[in-house]
Design a protein around this ligand. Structure first.
Ligand SMILES: Cc1ncc(COP(=O)(O)O)c(C=O)c1O
Length: 508
């Protein structure tokens, strides 16, 4: 990693599109001669569906390969370098997972295939339901949700179905801590619930007196509570047993936002803490790619009281050892996704789980927590830690002291790009001013982490000696700092070759 970027090189890269690289007559493929009779297209398609000339770019094969290889290398990704994006768990995606999903038995099957011809795939679905239930401490798992937020929605729909089934459908309040991820109150609202916000205390944890007060204030109306544990400050909610007891006594159910499961996997189980329902992100804790590399998957685990309401179908094993899909679930809330979820994401996560096995799974969370605490202690000498105590898999710093140099957390996040790293999460959780949230994950070496800390310390020195260099960053990225206000006002989300050609003609 480069560490001497105080002297900045200003450059701007404008990537030409394939249309701009196009030259008339250049060709990259030779199609074989047509061996079926030519037909009048209008017989096959109605006239309105037929296009005239489509202006496709004309290039040779090497030009196309170079173009795409080049632009793919401009994108930052976890195979390129350290990706300390807190709360997102951007962990390494083992290549053995790709090998597994490339197997024809997984890659080439169709969801409408007869069950007897897809026994291996059904066994993986069943085994994942069982494995995740064991890891989370739950009784049953649905693999259907396509993301964490989708899992939250399903979890709340299950809570709603449970209360309605018991004649308690009038319960309308969901407790959510002030530090929660924005998807929590959004999912509650989407499910028709009212969010009641719980304060965070000076420890960075649920404010217990405030929780007690809210439970009394909303007596008879509490449907449940959503809690991330460890919470979004990277801290373990030490009062979790008491919290669950109180909410249960008030007639509510406990939902665990399992986005931070990387801190617990193999070591502790939310089901044992008293949670009734939770989601876990396969695209975080279980090494499935996310961001541009999706699709994601956010399975939901439940205790037995919620199992009857799970979406259909559930994979199951018959007495004769074969596998099937169970649609015969009278209390099910129905379907929340097409078919059975993001199947290949499930295969990737299953490969990861089997790779570690029961004996070694705890090493994931142990190393993730060790790496985060190393960063907390080392970088804490430069930037104050928001709530300085033993953290779990991520740590949150406040950069408010840099304000006197005219430097914000956003500027530091942009400057770290010049040093070859993806920025950490910034301005989340909202209750920490000028915050950066750093999550190293378990696979980063001490050399990588030390180099990152050195770069951050260098930026802290720059803030004093040459703050402008930080305010203007990034200097070396293919795209410089964007004018976000302008982008929001002039949204331009689609690109069309015809519009581009028209614009080029106007310029001529
Ligand atoms: C704490 C927390 N909850 C929920 C989510 C939502 O997960 P997803 O992005 O898979 O919808 C995230 C995502 O970053 C998160 O960090």
């Amino acid at each position: 990693m480069s560490t001497n970027l105080s002297q900045t090189v200003h450059f701007k890269v404008i990537e030409p599109t394939l249309f701009e690289l196009s030259r008339p007559g250049r060709i990259g493929v030779d199609l074989p001669a047509c061996d079926v009779p030519e037909q009048d297209h209008s017989e096959l398609l109605p006239g309105v569906a037929l296009r005239g000339e489509v202006p496709l770019p004309e290039l040779s094969e090497p030009e196309v390969v170079r173009h795409f290889t080049h632009i793919s290398s401009l994108n930052y990704n976890v195979d390129k370098g350290f990706y300390p994006l807190g709360s997102c768990t951007m962990k390494y995606n083992p290549k053995i997972n790709d090998q597994a999903v490339s197997m024809p038995g997984f890659a080439r099957i169709h969801p409408y295939q007869p069950e007897e011809t897809a026994q291996g795939a059904l066994e993986v679905l069943f085994a994942m339901q069982e494995n995740l239930a064991a890891i989370l401490g739950m009784d049953a798992v649905s693999l259907h949700p396509a993301a964490g937020a989708h899992g939250e929605l399903l979890g709340l729909m299950l809570i709603r179905a449970y209360h309605e089934h018991r004649g308690q459908g009038h319960r309308k309040s969901i407790l959510v801590p002030s530090a929660a991820h924005g998807t929590n109150p959004a999912s509650a609202a989407r499910c028709g619930y009212k969010t009641v916000s719980i304060d965070t205390d000076e420890r960075g944890l649920v404010d217990m007196p405030h929780l007690k007060h809210l439970l009394a204030q909303h007596e008879g109306d509490i449907a449940g509570m959503m809690l991330t544990n460890p919470n979004t400050l990277g801290l373990f909610e030490r009062d979790i047993l008491e919290i669950c007891e109180w909410v249960h006594a008030a007639g509510g159910l406990m939902y665990c936002d399992g986005a931070n499961m990387n801190a617990l996997v193999g070591t502790a189980r939310p089901g044992d803490m008293g949670f009734d329902v939770m989601h876990v992100n396969l695209h975080k804790t279980f090494s499935v790619p996310h961001g541009g590399g999706g699709p994601g998957s956010g399975p939901v685990g439940v205790k037995a009281i919620l199992e009857p309401f799970l979406p259909v179908p559930q994979a199951y094993r018959r007495d004769d050892g074969t596998f099937g899909l169970d649609y015969d679930r009278p209390l099910s809330i129905g379907k929340i996704a097409t078919f059975h979820g993001a199947f290949l994401a499930i295969v990737r996560a299953y490969t990861y789980i089997r790779h570690y096995g029961r004996e070694h799974m705890h090493e994931i969370s142990e190393n993730a927590v060790l790496n985060a605490n190393y960063i907390r202690v080392q970088l804490g000498k430069t930037f104050p830690v928001a709530y300085d105590q033993l953290c779990m898999h991520e740590c949150v710093f406040t950069l408010k002291d840099l304000k006197k140099h005219g430097v914000k957390a956003l500027d530091v996040a942009k400057r770290i790009i010049d040093y070859g790293y993806h920025p950490p999460t910034m301005y989340f959780p909202l209750l920490v001013p000028e915050c950066l949230m750093i999550e190293p994950t378990e696979t980063e070496s001490i050399e990588t982490i030390d180099a990152f800390i050195t770069a951050m310390q260098q930026i802290a020195r720059e803030a004093v000696e040459n703050p402008q260099i930080i305010r203007d960053a990034p200097h070396t990225a293919p795209v410089r700092r964007l004018d976000e206000a302008l982008a929001a006002r002039n949204l331009d989300l689609s690109w069309s070759p015809l519009a581009q050609l028209a614009a080029a003609k106007m310029e001529d």
